[in-house]
Structure formats: C-alpha cells, structure tokens
Design a protein around this ligand. Structure first.
Ligand SMILES: *Cc1c(COP(=O)(O)O)cnc(C)c1O
Length: 385
C-alpha cells in the first residue's frame, strides 16, 4: 500500500515513487464518492433505493442507450443473471473462453450447464474465432466471450456464428468499460453484456455489477429474479398478489454502492483517458526491446479500455524477479480455467493457450500511476533480465 496516499486528494492522480514500490492495482475512489455515500448513510434508503435507479439510468444513457441496464451485487451476479435470462438449462452446452476470470464460468456450474472451452487468439488473448467455429454445434445454447484486458473481441464474427445457430451472445465486459467496437459502445452490441465494479475495476462500488440487455421486456424478469422472484414495484404499490412463481436470488445493488458508482461515472472519462495514456507509454517505451512484446496492439476498428497491460515475455520468472527487486509488482491475474479441478481439469486441446501460458505477464496500470512511473518500469525492463 502507498504510504503517502492519505495525504493526496483522492480525485487527483499522484505519482508513486519507486522507493514506495509500484503496485499492480489500486482502487479508484473519487473524492466525490465520500460525500455521496455520506448522503446515503444520512438518508432513509441505504439498501436498493433511489440511488440505484439513478445509477442505472446514468449507466444506461452512457453505455446502452437503446437497451436496459440492471445493477446487481457483483459482476458474478451479473453473469449468473444473464445466463438465467438467456434461458440456459442443465445439460446445455456453452462455448466459453478458457482464459478468463473464473467468475465467467463458475455460474455454469451452479446451473449444471456443460462448459466447452475455446482456445485463445495469441494476438489478443481473446476468444479464438476459428476454434469457436469448431466448438459450436446444434447442442450449443450460448456463446460467452471476454474482452481480455479491455480490447473488444471480434464481435461481428462471433455474432455471425451465433446467428447461424440462433443462440445468444453474452459479453463479459468486466475489463472493457468504455471500449468500443466499430463505433459501437461495448454494452449495446450483444443480447447481454456484463460489467463489474469490483474493487480494482475502472469504476468501483466496493463490489457491484451491471447487466445491459437489448430486450427491455426481459429486464422486468431480470428485476424480479434479482429480488427473490418478487415484483418489488407492484409490491410497493400494494397491488402484489403475494405469490412467487419464479425462483429468484438476493442479487440487488445497494444505494451505498450506487452512490460510489455515480461518483465513478462522473470521473470516468478522465480515468479512461489516463489509463489509455499509460498503456500507450508502455507500448512506446518498450517498442523493439528484445524478449518482450504487447498483445492487442494496432487495431483501428476498436478502442481499448486499457484495464490491463499484458506483455508476452521470454523467461517470465526472470523478469518478475527483476521487477520485484525494484519493488515493482507483476502477475498473471487470470489463469486458464481448465487448470482448476472444478472445471474437470485439463482435458482440452488448446494449443494456443498451451503456447502462451508461461509467457504472459501483467504490468502495473492504475490511476495512481503516472507516465513517469511507467517510464521507470520500462527503464528497469530495458536493462534486461
Ligand atoms: C472481475 C471480473 C469478473 C467478476 O466480477 P466480480 O464483480 O468480481 O464478481 C468477471 N469476469 C472478469 C473477466 C473479471 O475480470
């Protein structure tokens, strides 16, 4: 943790000194969120109330102008809720990315769905379109993709495969708030898009999540499933018939969290621009350096949300050790999901994943860092490892 962070105004982006160490992640808590949360704590509503609705409306206007946004308690809740709304059933086959946060795929274990892992595209670590074509068949009931690090997947190609079988696409956009694909916002493209406001994401609500969806009718079901299966609006208006006909969960967001989300949206443009600047500084700073290269570069038809800076490196352990000597954190962050016993262990033929699994490395990128910090990191790397 940063010793000096207490003395810095929270809505500024103070630079870290090398002596303090450069951490991989740092939560983005704008100063305004303290006032907004205090306001909620002094009010009658602290659970799901007016701030939740306000946050959803703001989010919808920004990221899903023709759809509907539903907030929930976490990104994982948002994924599970999307899978329920996509009407996925026990035994259904789902094509999913092998390289992602386990949260993408664990809800399928709750639901008894059959997970079919799809290999990575080595240029981006996003889902591999050729392999996806081979995995999807008549038994497949949905395609899930994750915009790894914040670079959008090949959405046109994914949608074409889904259309061929008449199945929904669910985007895990936990890394991709603010990304665009061919001029469209991530959040308005597929049937369902999920976002996370976990502690270290672009915007944080402590924990929280959002689903955006095209089908506004379905959002009504989503609001019920989010709250035990109860139509809360009718209940509050006193016209609820007092029956529950669908099994629901306790997946709502609170007004305390939503207040943080609102503050996060107010400062989002600044944060996104800053993250993009840092990513570019890494790419330019290490251009042409042997033994290290960056994934996801050079796309003109999509805009990166710059959540992670991921490099492909030779002798990864060597570089991590060298960075650690300079008090610079680095890590893998996500691992191939088929390494975990809950998913049945390694059983797939995933040659691209096999080829990169000992090479990828995530470098520090967060709003407390400045370009000068990135330059410090680049200079350490340039001296070799
Ligand atoms: C963070 C994350 C999630 C899970 O979100 P939570 O809010 O932590 O539940 C899902 N998928 C990806 C790719 C993530 O990075």
């Amino acid at each position: 943790m940063l010793a000096s962070s207490k003395n810095q105004p929270m809505n500024e982006l103070p630079l870290m000194k090398e002596t303090e160490g450069i951490v991989l992640f740092y939560p983005n808590v704008p100063k305004e969120s303290i006032d907004l949360v205090t306001g909620v704590l002094n009010s009658r509503w602290i659970g799901q109330g007016p701030r939740v609705e306000e946050f959803e409306k703001m989010f919808e206007a920004r990221f899903a102008p023709n759809g509907k946004a539903l907030s929930v308690g976490s990104g994982t809740d948002a994924l599970h809720l999307s899978y329920i709304l996509a009407d996925l059933k026990p035994g259904d086959e789902i094509a999913v990315p092998v390289f992602t946060c386990t949260a993408t795929n664990i809800p399928f274990l709750y639901m008894g769905c059959v997970i079919k892992f799809v290999d990575v595209d080595p240029k981006t670590l996003n889902i591999n379109i050729e392999h996806l074509r081979q995995v999807v068949n008549e038994k497949t009931k949905a395609i899930v993709c994750v915009h790894y690090g914040g670079l959008p997947c090949d959405m046109d190609e994914i949608q074409a495969i889904a259309d061929k079988y008449g199945i929904p696409v669910i985007e895990d956009a936990a890394h991709a708030l603010g990304a665009t694909y061919k001029g469209k916002k991530i959040g308005e493209i597929s049937d369902f898009t999920m976002f996370s406001f976990q502690a270290i994401k672009h915007i944080t609500t402590g924990d929280g999540g959002m689903v955006t969806m095209k089908n506004k009718e379905l959002a009504k079901k989503g609001a019920r499933v989010r709250w035990f299966g109860i139509d809360r609006e009718n209940k509050q208006r006193g016209i609820w018939e007092n029956d529950i006909t669908e099994v629901g969960y306790k997946y709502q967001m609170t007004d305390i969290a939503a207040a943080m989300g609102i503050a996060g949206l107010h400062t989002f443009d600044e944060v996104l621009a800053h993250r993009r600047k840092l990513l570019l500084a890494y790419e330019q700073g290490l251009e042409g350096i042997p033994g290290i290269s960056f994934i996801g570069k050079g796309y003109q038809d999509r805009e990166h949300a710059a959540w992670l800076c991921t490099a492909m490196v030779e002798n990864r352990v060597g570089l991590m050790t060298k960075l650690r000597e300079h008090k610079i954190e680095s890590a893998q962050v996500h691992y191939r999901n088929d390494r975990y016993s809950i998913f049945g262990g390694r059983s797939n033929e995933l040659p691209n994943m096999d080829a990169i699994e000992d090479k990828y490395l995530v470098l520090p990128l967060h709003p407390k860092l400045g370009v000068s910090d990135v330059n410090v990191i680049c200079n350490v790397i340039k001296r070799g490892w």
